[in-house]
Write a protein that binds this ligand. Structure first.
Ligand code: UDP
Length: 254
């Protein structure tokens, strides 16, 4: 990896200055954290897989007209993205009850929700990303009402597309988290999908067995964490059948 000026280091990714103005290199680490940094570990090969999975999903979403920050994958662990101003709101879209909504509202995990539910959290590690209402987003100026409308519309489109796509490969999209950013182009600002979409940010359950194929395997010490991430990539058709050994060389990714 060429040495570039580091802009930011997060829990699972590092951002470096990109080769051209307005671009950033997003580097995917194997580090895993849960419960807001209280649990830390490493998932071998996760960075390589998430780079590839997120590339694949962002490209498919881009093809159907969802604007994203993604430009192109550079190598096994890095992708080139557009520099955006991140909206400090995490958007959570839920189709099936799991995780915090189950705990908060006493709904048994696995219960299908009457309709997709969108929640917002304030992106602030010190506060543990608290759940907020739309009112907070607009009152505190984290996004304008128009931006929030756009974010909601995009989130629902993304949910429809991804739910169908994952169902087609035998995975239930239980819930997931999205982040959006502002991108300026010729004095015009638009909202684009940012960050990543991967088994770190989605709950994916096998359709027939309900087996968890996502970061909950790490959060809940279920074992076979690496294998679950590999299986998601394999079902998406972006990991050769021969498995993880192929991840060592660049020929593992098309
Ligand atoms: N999520 C995430 N980052 C966060 C919080 C949640 O990617 O900081 C994802 C998480 O992987 C899950 C969904 O958002 O797919 C809903 O998470 P939930 O609110 O249930 O929180 P958790 O139970 O993970 O603490």
């Amino acid at each position: 990896m060429a040495r570039r000026r580091q802009i930011y280091e997060g829990k699972a990714k590092v951002l470096f200055e990109g080769p051209e103005p307005g671009t950033i290199v997003q580097y995917f680490k194997d580090d895993a954290t849960a419960f807001n940094n209280k649990k830390k570990g490493t998932i071998t090969g996760k960075g390589v897989l998430n780079n590839r999975i997120s590339e694949f999903l962002m490209m498919r979403l881009g093809e159907m007209g969802v604007p994203t920050h993604f430009l192109r994958r550079l190598n096994m662990r890095e992708q080139l993205i557009r520099q955006v101003e991140i909206v400090p709101v995490e958007v959570i879209i839920r189709n099936v009850a799991a995780g915090s909504i189950s705990k908060r509202l006493g709904i048994e995990e696995g219960t299908p929700l009457p309709r997709s539910i969108v929640e917002y959290c304030y992106k602030n590690d010190e506060l543990d990303d608290p759940l907020i209402a739309e009112e907070h987003v607009t009152a505190f100026g984290w996004a304008t009402p128009q931006e929030l409308d756009e974010i909601l519309a995009l989130s629902l489109r993304i949910n429809d597309y991804l739910s169908g796509m994952f169902y087609g490969i035998g995975l239930k999209l239980v819930d997931f988290k999205l982040e959006f950013g502002r991108l300026w182009e010729n004095e015009q600002m638009r909202i684009v999908l940012a960050d990543e979409i991967s088994p770190d940010s989605c709950r994916l359950w096998d359709v027939s067995t309900n087996e968890k194929m996502d970061k909950d395997r790490f959060r809940r010490d279920l074992g076979s964490v690496e294998e679950a991430y590999q299986e998601v990539a394999r079902r998406l058709g972006i990991l050769p059948e021969s498995g993880p050994a192929d991840l060592k060389g660049p020929e593992a990714v098309q």
